[in-house]
Design a binder for this molecule. Sequence first.
Ligand code: FCB
Length: 440
Amino acid sequence: MLIHKRSDFPKGFVFGAATSAYQIEGHKHGGAGRAMWDDFAATPGNVIRAEDGATACDHYHHYPADLDLLKEGGFDAYRFSTSWARVMPDGRTVNPEGLDFYDRLTDAMLERGLKPCATLYHWELPSALADRGGWRNRDIAGWFGDFTEIIMGRIGDRMHSVATINEFWCVAFLSHFLGHHAPGLRDIRATARAMHHVLLAHGTSIERMRGMGLGNLGAVFNMEWAMPADDSPEAVEAAALYDDYYNRFYISGAFKGTYPARVVEALGQHFPDRWQDDFGTISAPLDWAGVNYYTRSILAPNDGPWPHHHSVEGPLPKTQMGWEVYPKGLRDFLVRTAAEYTGDVPLWVTENGMANADTMTDGVVQDEARIDYFNAHLGAVRDAIAKGVPVKGYMAWSLLDNYEWALGYEKRFGMVHVDFDTLARTPKASWHAFREMLGA
Ligand code: FCB
């Protein structure tokens, strides 16, 4: 059971669930173009069992039933994303079927009284643009601006909110430095350029949407609380550096028009020419900021090349991902983000949840661990609100079990179980707990 009540949160506080296009829609449907995740998954060793998003949850066809689950669960909002490769299969040419799909989806949300909260980019870069250098190419800012105008020209009039980019750190660092996500590069110079270009694309997209008269615009930053493995100055420095390039870099660019000094010192030589001139675009004012939060990281120094550190295993209970459950980090991030970056700008928890090795017995999925996780993190949100942080909404990740990127269909994050053979949906205990709490 969830121990919180709607009335424990400020009036008008929005509860939602989040998903993303490639993870649920079924990329083989509706004329979607090849995306870099299709290529990444087709390359041996990148994704468990080389699984891809061709079918996923087939939300492309099941979306009315999926939106019913949100409505019946008592949720107020749905955070979804618009696939660039579906709307513009080669990144530049419009696929009318793709636009039609998001148009239908939007109306279906409104018919159910759900607030549509769009994210423009949740990682399925069209392969044709990856061919042209993807996030390494400065031109991506204009390409993304064009995509923004096309998709928002169709559905922008009905959005409750729009985010540009989901998780800047993952787009740039996880995918170009660590190589864990598409395009799977491990290249420091590609990383530095992607870090800057993803922010430039964000700012360009905001400019275009302002030009269209759209409002309630923001972006989604993922954060992982960084802690030193011990109290040695080297470990403390390792955690501070991780904090800078993971948590602070993007929100500092967007809200302050600067990058943390440690990151500039290490990567500045790889940034594009005259990168400082771009902050006028990058730090255009935003109406809200989203924080995605799952866990913390514990850093120890090493003798390797930059960043001279690695993460070590912590002692706390872990989720199916091996991620420690550390709710205090969510409260501390909300407090810190408001104090140091966003001020009075509304904050949203745009993702929070856990993977669990769920099992179904007699049609029932008793995911108590997930309910405990939500309880603890909703408590952290309440603590932040009590400290005066303007948190306006909370989106659970995720509505459905789905394609968990490099981990394929193995890790289950849903409040609704999906049988990936039959595509049957079964609400788990956590969905029922939300339903009870939200008073549906
Ligand atoms: C976030 C992603 C989301 C999902 C969760 C578990 O980093 O935004 O797509 O994979 O993690």
